[in-house]
Design a binder for this molecule. Structure first.
Ligand SMILES: NC(=O)c1ccc[n+]([C@@H]2O[C@H](COP(=O)([O-])OP(=O)(O)OC[C@H]3O[C@@H](n4cnc5c(N)ncnc54)[C@H](O)[C@@H]3O)[C@@H](O)[C@H]2O)c1
Length: 436
């Protein structure tokens, strides 16, 4: 196999986050702590995972970051937009994810990540009141974002830029006619079409500026025909949507296990309490709907009820999120899973995950940014399905169903890296160890 032609990761990489809240500030603080005081970037494949190459007995198992040319943490510069947070330090202190003992030594760097004024419209996030916002028509706001991006690139001497949406979840809407083509979307921007959400204005401006973008929230942004068309035309990688953390991570770890042993399922009830700003936004039914749709799709695609109606044809799948301020960012997710086995005898599994949302999401932001930058340098554009590993509602090619099984997604990710570098795919067949 021949390796792809991949441009080297030299110079600075700017990582832009529309949204400078809990996830973005925890991500930025963690990267700064890793490069300043050597904290381990736990949870990040790009920094910590190894990848097997060749046959099992060859012993080739390098770190991913030594195998593929990734930007170094030392070369990252941070930027972002937010209608409320002034800078990353204020955002980190407000959300309360990290303790002062972790923030104090890096407070200067965090304060230096100053939020640019946001494209914001309260119609899409009714619980928030944004003050640091752009004005003018949607077209003018898109142009202002393009100016911000260019200014950031020049001021920080960046070689390359990449973006990860870390903004609030927007109200649920189906795609409409304005999202069909680049031409209809641009006409919509000029006409202030009410179906265009702020996240879509960012997506448009970033892709137009040649900046890859991944969407960490469940609302539509890059998974629209117009954005796919634009990304392909501009040669820009895109990936959506919704960081796979917490309960959905558990679901995509457990469900493939039940299915692999042909255990049946009658129901899966998931409920959460969380008290951060994300929880407050999701307390609004319009915003929760975006999350619900993204969370519910997972089980069906993993369990394939159409193939196994006797095992998975009659599942009650319920997902609830309750805003409960005392918990802050430290979410508690309960799952009650009703399964059945031999002769239909029922069993129950209870999972009580006391997790920390932003602690789980921060390494995903880092990996998505570094892998999107890699894909761009490797000449990839459009939907990056191999990054579905990190996403709750991943994009897939055309009408192809997305893959949700975490372990298949991991194989896909690692095989994509092998393919980029001209290494053999690993099938785990293992016949070669027995044949002479
Ligand atoms: N933490 C997780 O585990 C996790 C998992 C999946 C998805 N997400 C999603 O990631 C996003 C960020 O989560 P969070 O916990 O940091 O939330 P957060 O509320 O702490 O931060 C979101 C930030 O986005 C800002 N914002 C809102 N509208 C904006 C706009 N139009 N432009 C720029 N900024 C805007 C808000 O002011 C806020 O500071 C949410 O959409 C959340 O649903 C988080």
């Amino acid at each position: 196999m021949t390796a792809r032609d991949i441009a080297p990761a030299t110079g600075k990489l700017g990582i832009l986050t529309p949204g400078l809240g809990a996830v973005a500030s925890t991500f930025i603080a963690g990267v700064i702590a890793a490069r300043k005081s050597g904290e381990e970037p736990i949870g990040s494949l790009t920094q910590m995972a190894n990848i097997r190459l060749g046959e099992r007995d060859e012993g080739r198992n390098p770190k991913i970051r030594e195998f593929v040319p990734l930007a170094s943490l030392d070369d990252i510069v941070f930027g972002g937009w937010d209608p409320i947070s002034a800078n990353a330090l204020e955002a980190a202190r407000t959300c309360g994810v990290l303790e002062e003992r972790d923030l104090a030594p890096i407070s200067g760097e965090l304060e230096g990540v100053v939020a640019m004024d946001a494209v914001f419209d309260q119609r899409w996030v009714s619980k928030l009141e944004g003050t640091r916002v752009k004005t003018g028509s949607l077209w003018e706001q898109a142009e202002a974002l393009i100016d911000d991006i260019e200014r950031f690139r020049v001021d920080n001497g960046c070689d390359r830029l990449v973006a990860v949406w870390c903004g609030s979840t927007e109200a649920y809407r189906e795609p409409s006619a304005v999202h069909e083509t680049v031409a209809s979307f641009e006409a919509g921007l000029k006409a202030d079409d009410p179906e265009i959400a702020p996240s879509q204005v960012y997506a448009y401006a970033l892709i137009q500026s040649g900046v890859p973008i991944a969407n960490g929230a469940p609302n539509l942004s890059v998974d629209l025909p117009c954005m796919i068309e634009l990304a392909e035309a501009r040669g820009v990688p895109i990936a959506g949507k919704d960081f796979k953390t917490g309960q959905t991570l558990m679901k995509t770890i457990l469900a493939p296990g039940f299915k692999s042993r042909m255990l049946g399922m009658r129901g899966w009830y998931s409920t959460n309490i969380l008290g951060n700003r994300d929880g407050e936004v999701l307390d609004d039914p319009e915003n929760f709907k975006s999350k619900e749709v993204s969370k519910l799709g997972v089980l069906d695609t993993i369990l394939q009820p159409e193939v196994y109606p006797e095992l998975y044809g009659n599942i009650d799948h319920v997902v609830r999120i309750n805003y409960y301020p005392p918990r802050g960012d430290n979410k508690e997710g309960w799952d009650n899973i009703d399964i059945f086995g031999w002769l239909g005898y029922p069993m129950q599994i209870k999972v009580d995950f006391l997790c920390r949302d932003s602690i789980l999401a921060a390494p995903i932001v880092l990996d998505l940014a570094l892998f999107m930058d890699l894909a761009h340098r490797a000449g990839e554009s459009g939907v990056q399905e191999w990054l579905s590993f990190y996403l709750k509602a991943p994009q897939a090619a055309g009408e192809t169903p997305a893959e949700h099984d975490l372990f298949i997604q991991q194989t896909k990710l690692k095989n994509t890296l092998r393919w980029m570098m001209g290494e053999e795919m690993i099938t785990h067949l293992g016949r070669e160890y027995y044949d002479d």
